[in-house]
Design a binder for this molecule. Structure first.
Ligand SMILES: *Cc1c(COP(=O)(O)O)cnc(C)c1O
Length: 407
């Protein structure tokens, strides 16, 4: 078969007046499937054959766009990346085999010995450890600051800053920083902003418009849907072109953390139903937060009483995600609640179709000394709930019976 130059990329497709739900489902293949398969075919292979030596050389040297080896390119993964690109308006999208792989590749793309990363103590546990421990071993300094305080960010960013890294809503503290304000400070010094948007899907807001240069996502969560597969995305808005060069032509080749075709297939299916699932999960979460706040202390950015409510609404629109936390009187009360749950599952992960509950201090952060837990505001009294797609009345009834049962 002759090597077809990829031409029908999503940019050539008329998406002008279409909504994200439509784009998520109808982004065309880079090359049409020869059988006309409507669902994305799974290319579960490693190598790709060429018709002659010149075509092979052209593909390897990037003079034509054609996959040669699945560690760095695979049509099923490419299709997934193209859909995310069409949805976000990014310049480049690269899919990785976990959220941590996407985050570590993005940070490695900007880091080198002697550089520093300005970030917060309020980070996903492994991201905090990646920055303060793994990257630290390679001579990268972690500058942990209060990112809700612009002065603290201004003081920390200098010529040696590799990036400002933050989570758009921190997990589990649910803190929200002013993205435009941070981007202004960083860009004044020529420093990129990298943001983890796992908690609010990119179908709800445009981080690009808020000044973010690189968006990273654990697609394991909302996108995979139903907890089917691990995955991560580096969504590059093209404002620092050298980052994509590093990701695509250095790290992808040399670290080998590309997404697998099976995961890309499942995550493409997840992407197709993301919007409808997200809308229901977010509305379930809001209703549950309102009801639970009548009986326990609830932290959810969708509640008007939440200190970050106005900023979150301004940045992310009317929905507030499907993660909330509740605080009880003690760790023992938290364990009792978890043990009494009948419907809600005792499990980590976020944005599964099922509602999940976890005590972060004794699990995700279980190996952190008490002193450090205090510094990062992870309390022994907190339970994190990821709200699923069940009827919200049933979720509430289960939590209520578990709270009421003092056994
Ligand atoms: C889960 C999560 C990650 C890591 O994703 P994995 O796919 O588990 O590697 C990173 N950031 C946030 C905010 C997460 O919730």
């Amino acid at each position: 078969m002759p090597c077809v130059q990829a031409s029908s990329t999503p940019q050539n497709f008329i998406f002008n007046n279409m909504k994200k739900q439509t784009i998520a489902i109808n982004t065309p293949f880079v090359r049409p499937d020869i059988y006309g398969s409507l669902a994305v075919p799974v290319y579960n292979n490693v190598a790709f054959e060429f018709s002659d030596a010149k075509e092979m050389a052209d593909a390897f040297c990037n003079r034509i766009k054609a996959p040669d080896y699945a560690r760095v390119e695979n049509p099923t993964v490419t299709n997934f990346e193209q859909r995310v690109k069409a949805l976000t308006g990014a310049e480049h999208v690269t899919a990785f085999n976990s959220g941590m792989a996407a985050i570590s590749n993005a940070l490695l793309a900007v880091s080198e010995q002697g550089k520093n990363i300005v970030t917060s103590r309020h980070l996903f546990g492994n991201t905090l450890a990646l920055i303060t421990s793994t990257l630290h071993r390679f001579g990268v300094e972690a500058r942990l600051r209060d990112l809700t305080n612009p002065e603290a960010v201004k003081d920390a960013v200098d010529e040696q800053t590799a990036c400002v890294f933050l989570e758009v809503v921190t997990n589990p503290q649910l803190e929200v920083a002013d993205l435009k304000g941070i981007a202004e400070i960083a860009h004044e010094k020529g420093v990129p902003v990298i943001a983890d948007s796992t908690i609010i899907p990119f179908t709800e807001t445009s981080l690009k418009d808020l000044g973010v240069d690189i968006e990273v996502v654990a697609s394991t969560k909302y996108i995979s849907g139903g907890g089917t597969s691990l995955g991560g995305l580096v969504i590059d808005y093209g404002t620092f072109p050298e980052i994509n060069q590093r990701v695509k032509y250095d790290l992808l080749f040399n670290l080998g953390a590309y997404m697998t075709p099976q995961a890309a297939y499942m995550q493409t299916l997840g992407l197709e139903t993301l919007d409808v699932r997200y809308q229901r999960q977010a509305s379930n979460a809001l209703w549950l937060a309102q009801e639970l706040s009548k009986i326990v202390k609830v932290n959810y950015i969708g509640l008007e009483s939440n200190p970050y409510h106005a900023l979150a609404r301004q940045q992310f629109g009317p929905t507030a995600g499907a993660m909330l936390t509740i605080d009880l009187e003690s760790k023992e009360a938290c364990f009792r609640l978890l043990n009494n749950l009948k419907l809600v599952h005792r499990a980590t992960n976020l944005f599964d179709s099922r509602t999940l509950a976890i005590h972060p201090a004794s699990t995700i952060f279980g190996n952190f000394p008490e002193e450090q837990l205090k510094e990062i505001d992870v309390r022994q009294t907190t339970i994190r709930i990821s709200v699923g797609l069940e009827a919200p009345e049933d979720i509430l009834a289960d939590i209520k019976q578990a709270l009421g049962n003092k056994e």
